[in-house]
Every structure is written in structure tokens, then in C-alpha cells.
Design a protein around this ligand. Structure first.
Ligand code: NAP
Length: 515
């Protein structure tokens, strides 16, 4: 089934040709700065008076302004998508897949400019932005491949009757992505809906509306008909409940915080007047991911893996490590090694555009919240690296390691979503596993160990959607490590798989007596 699928390869930026192309893309971004972007409903560009300002986290520079949708326009977008669904649902899978294949080419053609916008708007560095673009390509290729298979229907027992069991699309979806993967998570949501024959209304994160707009433009160029994909940036607090509760909304595909995910889940469960179905909700949410380091682990490898998972992209990945659970006999050696990694990264911190290994956090609200956790952590343990911050030129917080944290401390339990690592000392592997699982979340986890018994225990009892042994907890690759969390981390959607697409399909069983 996976025959023919290949993961996209990241660009090699050590090559002059790629470096120069990226520099040219930055120049193009600079020339486009300050532009005003419209909503797109049924192919029509609509500019509103109210605007969302997009600010570069690396420099605080204004990147542009997005029109902001109100409830009236949101209603129009959903009705437009509902109308478009009546024809798009009947469009053969081959035609839908053809649009996705054209989108693959368009993404490749526009690779540098998309990477450059991503770096400016989200603060990613070169490798991180291009890695994200590769993930988007992987989603497109995997969803096309899966849909072609699903289109064959379900295999049934032979009978004298004519029988068939086919997958059919379900209706209008709402895509609500976070800002931390403004291209890949968003694009995966959009294409997951379109390739299955549904139509979609997209409400991007207010932090990253420009990257989202650039992607929607390419969807239009790829040939998805007007109305199948609609774009309505707007504040979650102004239009969020409205679009979730709308009677024509059939499913909501959300990735973001637990608080918003649970709210959406609650709202979607209420039946609105005129609504004819039970809404489906895919909600992928936060994490409080732990890495266990036992006495047999390669400590340098473990420290470097924990530092990468905790500090790359400033700890702003849902899969990021925020708790290291370390056995007492290797504790001092580990703390010293991980603190050294953090200090080294701090010395190289800079803007995404300068390709620094670690950069800024996304914006003022995130900065304030993370700084508060750094100060809480200072009281809950001992800071051995970082603990400093500066928002004069951009939103920079040093990679921070806090040792001797108790398992009940706030920084050991609450999602910080920033570059702050709590190190907790444990006396046994069982204790480490018990603490790792003692959280409402269940997204990712890692174990560094050479002890087969401990590794087996983790495989059986470490309750996370994505478990890694002797490697970091971040960096899931499409169809190598299907991604989705347990418990309050989400609905375990496992992006990139055929299971993911089944969220947006009904299975219709047809039988005809031919006698
Ligand atoms: P967020 O604050 O929950 O926002 C996510 C999206 O929800 C944004 O588009 C936001 O719009 C929208 N929203 C806000 N209030 C809403 C409402 N009442 N109704 C409908 N939509 C609403 O999360 P974030 O700060 O963007 O992202 C960080 C979180 O995402 C972290 O918790 C992280 O762990 C999680 N995450 C999880 C995964 C995963 O796969 N499990 C992946 C990435 C991120 P506005 O921007 O307009 O507020």
C-alpha cells in the first residue's frame, strides 16, 4: 500500500544555489511587507475594515495586515462551502487527486518564498521552515495515495446480491490550526478535507495569517473550485463559537490548546436549530511530554536528545520535552551535560532569518506567559542554564534548565510551550514511568536506556500516542511516525494515515437484489 510513497527531502542549505535562492526570497518578502490581505469566500476577495496585524517574532516588525472576519461573513463562508459541496462531493477522486498533485508542484515551485514567509511570521530557522514544507508535501502525497485506496471501497463477502460499501464525503468542515506549524498542520487539514470530497472553511491562527493566505492562493491555482476552500481569518473569540455551532458545519478539525479544544468539543456536541447530524470533532491538543533517562543510558546522547526536544523551535512544538525524569545515579552527569547544551544554544540564539539554531517565541502573550513560568520555576527548583529573557528587539527567552523540581511542581505539570525544561530526580525506572504517566496529557514520550527490560516496560506502559526509544520526542515524519495524542492531548487522529481521512468520510453500504 505504501508503494510509491516517498518522504520529501529537505533542501541542503550548504549549497550556494539554495542559499542564494533563499536570500532572493527574503528580498521578495521584504518588498511585500505591509501588504493587506483579504478573506476569500467562494473565490471572491473581501477586504474588511477590521484587521489582524501580523508581527515578526524575531524583530517585532509589522509584516502585514489580514482582513478579519465577522459572524455575518463567516455565515456566508459556511453557506458558500455548503453549496460547493453539492458538486465537489460528486467530483471523481481522480480529479480531486489531480488538484492535489498540482498543488505538490506549486508548493515545490514556491518553496523558498513559503519558507521565507514562515521564518518571518513564525520565527523558525531555515531547516525548521523547510522541514515543515516537506511535511506538507508528505501529507499531500500520503492523503492522495490513501484516498485512491479508500475509493475502492470495503472488501465484502461475496453474495448473490449486488453489494458495495463505499466511502463518501460528509460535508462542510472547519479548519482551526495553531500558529506553530502554520503551513503543514494547516495544509494537512485543508487537503485532508478536500481530497475526501468535503469542502472547507479555514480560520487560521491570528498569529500567522500570511503564511496561511499564501497557501490558500496556491490551492486556488491548483484548481480546487471556488467555494471548496474558503479563508476567513478572524479572532477565535469573535467567530470561533459561531463557526463551530453553525448548523451547516459537519466537522471541525482543530489543533491547538486543551482549553480551546475542549470548548470546541463541548460546543460541537450541542445540536443547533436546523442541524441534521452529530458533528465530528478532531481535536489535537497540548502535551507535557517526558523523557526518561535511566542508569544504563548513553548520557551524552540523552542530554543532547533532551536539549533538542526541549529547546529547538524554542520548545514550541506540541511534542517538545518539558520534563526530564532522570535516575539518581546518573543525575549529576545528566544535569551538567544538558545545561551545557542549553548554554551552547543560548550563545547562538538569534532570528529565524539569520538561521540561528534557537530563536524567538511567537509573540508578546506567549513571552509574558513563559517568563512567568521561568519565575515560578526559579522558586520551584534551581536554574542551572538560561533563566534570562529580553523582549527589546524580539521575543527572546534563553533555553532554561531547572533542576531538582518536585513532581508536584507547577512547571512539572502545566504546559508551558516554551524553552523551559524541568529536571526531576527518580530512584527507579518504575517511579520514572509512574511520574511520566501522572499527567492529564499523553502526546509524546522518550526513553533513553540500554536495559531491554526497561525498554519493554516502556513499550507496554508509557501511555503516549508517540513513544520513542533512544531518540528525542520531536521530529515525527509522515508515515514513519504517525502522529496523534492520548488523553487530554487529543483524539489520536494519527495525521498522514488513512485512519485520519476516515474522520471525514461516511461508509455507505449498498445492496441490490438482482433476482
Ligand atoms: P490556541 O490558542 O488553542 O489556538 C488554536 C486555534 O484556535 C487558533 O486558530 C485560535 O484562533 C483558535 N481559537 C481560539 N479560540 C477559539 C474558539 N473559542 N473557538 C474556535 N477557535 C478558537 O493554540 P495555539 O496557541 O495556537 O497553539 C499552541 C497549542 O497547540 C499548544 O497547546 C500545543 O501543544 C498545541 N498543539 C498541538 C499539536 C498536536 O498535534 N497535538 C500540534 C501543534 C500545536 P486565534 O489565533 O484567533 O485565537
Amino acid at each position: 500500500m505504501l508503494k510509491g510513497f516517498q518522504n520529501a527531502a529537505e533542501l541542503d542549505f550548504s549549497l550556494a544555489v539554495n542559499k542564494e535562492a533563499m536570500e532572493r526570497a527574503f528580498q521578495q518578502v521584504d518588498a511585500e511587507k505591509g501588504a493587506v490581505y483579504p478573506l476569500i469566500i467562494g473565490g471572491e476577495r473581501i477586504f474588511t475594515d477590521k484587521k489582524i496585524t501580523s508581527v515578526a517574532p524575531s524583530t517585532k516588525e509589522v509584516l502585514g495586515y489580514s482582513s478579519s472576519c465577522d459572524q455575518e461573513l463567516a455565515d456566508r463562508a459556511i453557506r458558500t462551502a455548503h453549496e460547493a459541496f453539492q458538486t465537489w462531493r460528486l467530483t471523481p477522486v481522480e480529479e480531486r487527486v489531480r488538484c492535489v498533485r498540482r498543488l505538490v508542484s506549486l508548493l515545490e515551485e514556491n518553496r523558498f518564498i513559503l519558507d521565507a514567509w514562515n521564518m518571518e511570521e513564525s520565527g523558525k530557522n531555515w531547516g525548521e521552515a523547510d522541514g515543515e514544507l516537506c511535511e506538507a508535501l508528505d501529507f499531500f502525497n500520503s492523503y492522495s495515495m490513501h484516498m485512491e485506496e479508500l475509493d475502492k471501497g470495503l472488501e465484502l463477502m461475496p453474495t448473490e446480491e449486488y453489494t458495495k460499501c463505499i466511502y463518501i464525503p460528509i460535508g462542510v468542515g472547519i479548519a482551526i490550526p495553531p500558529w506553530n506549524f502554520p503551513l503543514s498542520i494547516f495544509a494537512g487539514m485543508v487537503i485532508g478535507a478536500l481530497v475526501t470530497g468535503n469542502t472547507i472553511v479555514c480560520k487560521p491562527s491570528s498569529e500567522t495569517p500570511i503564511v496561511a493566505y499564501k497557501f490558500i492562493e496556491l490551492c486556488e491555482k491548483a484548481g480546487f473550485p471556488a467555494g471548496t476552500v474558503n479563508f476567513i481569518p478572524g479572532s477565535g473569540s469573535v467567530i470561533g463559537d459561531f463557526i463551530v455551532k453553525h448548523p451547516l458545519t459537519r466537522f471541525i478539525n482543530f489543533t491547538g490548546s486543551k482549553e480551546v479544544g475542549l470548548r470546541i468539543s463541548r460546543m460541537a456536541a450541542e445540536v443547533s436549530p436546523g442541524q441534521k447530524w452529530i458533528k465530528r470533532v478532531v481535536a489535537e491538543m497540548g502535551g507535557k511530554n517526558a523523557i526518561i533517562v535511566d542508569s544504563t543510558a548513553d548520557i551524552q546522547k540523552a542530554a543532547s536528545g533532551v536539549a533538542s526536544a526541549a529547546f529547538f523551535f524554542q520548545g514550541q512544538k506540541c511534542s517538545a520535552c518539558s520534563r526530564a525524569l532522570v535516575m539518581s545515579d546518573v543525575y549529576e552527569e545528566f544535569v551538567e551535560a544538558v545545561a551545557a547544551c542549553a548554554k551552547d544554544l543560548q550563545s547562538k540564539q538569534g532570528s529565524g532569518r539569520s538561521n540561528a539554531p534557537v530563536g524567538p517565541v511567537i509573540g508578546k502573550a506567549a513571552y509574558d506567559s513563559i517568563v512567568e513560568y521561568v519565575e515560578i520555576g526559579r522558586k520551584e527548583g534551581t536554574v542551572v542554564a538560561g533563566g534570562t529573557y529580553d523582549d527589546s528587539q524580539g521575543y527572546y527567552i534563553a533555553p532554561t534548565v531547572i533542576r531538582d523540581v518536585s513532581r508536584t511542581a507547577r512547571i512539572a505539570n502545566e504546559e508551558i510551550f516554551g524553552p523551559v525544561l524541568a529536571v526531576i530526580k527518580v530512584e527507579s525506572f518504575d517511579e520514572a514511568l509512574e511520574i511520566a504517566n501522572d499527567t492529564e496529557y499523553g502526546l509524546t514520550g522518550s526513553v533513553y536506556s540500554e536495559n531491554r527490560e526497561n525498554i519493554q516496560k516502556a513499550k507496554k506502559d508509557f501511555h503516549v500516542g508517540n513513544l520513542y526509544i533512544n531518540r528525542k520526542s520531536t521530529g515525527a515524519v509522515v508515515l514513519q511516525h504517525p502522529f496523534g495524542g492520548f488523553n487530554m492531548s487529543g483524539t489520536d487522529a494519527k495525521t498522514g494515515t488513512a485512519d485520519y481521512l476516515r474522520n471525514f468520510l461516511n461508509l455507505k453500504s449498498i445492496c441490490e437484489d438482482l433476482k
